[in-house]
Design a protein. Structure first.
Length: 166
């Protein structure tokens, strides 16, 4: 998902990049609760009929499901913010707050769109400053990356490159 506020006259503003969330946190908790109750019911049923050692494994399934759901939600809650001012570009990324920050001089920066010659490899969008580069929007789908490139054309010079392999 892309959110932007860019002044077309000055080229100043920001772009916020977030992964797509297929369901809300409340819905995810509901699904987790339903699956947990189902696993627990199976474990209790087998414990009642005398196969008691299934119950700890159903508890282990519930814990594994919880840890996996937490890791997926945490990964999907990260975001990147690109801020453009008259003299600098600021790239912040993190979960709920800026964990990493990269500040570069705007007159010396550019965007690089690297396309692969292979068919199913998505393009990469990089912000470059002299010899350094940083990929932005790596979690976006292809049409969102195209939208990001169209936004970056407004604020930075954009170069295109075809790469054989990444």
């Amino acid at each position: 998902m892309i959110e932007n506020r860019i002044d077309l006259n000055t080229g100043e503003g920001y772009i916020v990049l977030r992964p797509n969330l297929s369901m809300s946190t409340q819905r995810a908790l509901w699904v987790y609760s339903a699956l947990s109750l189902y696993c627990l019911a199976i474990g209790v049923y087998f414990a009642i009929i005398g196969v008691w050692f299934v119950l700890p494994f159903s508890g282990l399934e519930i814990i594994t499901l919880l840890v996996t759901a937490y890791m997926v939600r945490r990964r999907l809650s990260r975001q990147e913010v690109l801020r453009f001012s008259a003299g600098e570009v600021l790239i912040e990324s993190g979960v709920k707050r800026a964990d990493q920050c990269w500040k570069i001089s705007r007159p010396w920066s550019s965007a690089l769109v690297s396309k692969s010659e292979r068919r199913n490899i998505p393009k990469r969008v990089l912000i470059c400053f002299r010899t350094e580069s940083r990929e932005v929007g790596g979690f976006l789908v292809e049409n969102e990356r195209d939208e990001l490139v169209q936004l970056l054309v407004r604020v930075l010079p954009v170069r295109y490159k075809t790469a054989e392999v990444y």
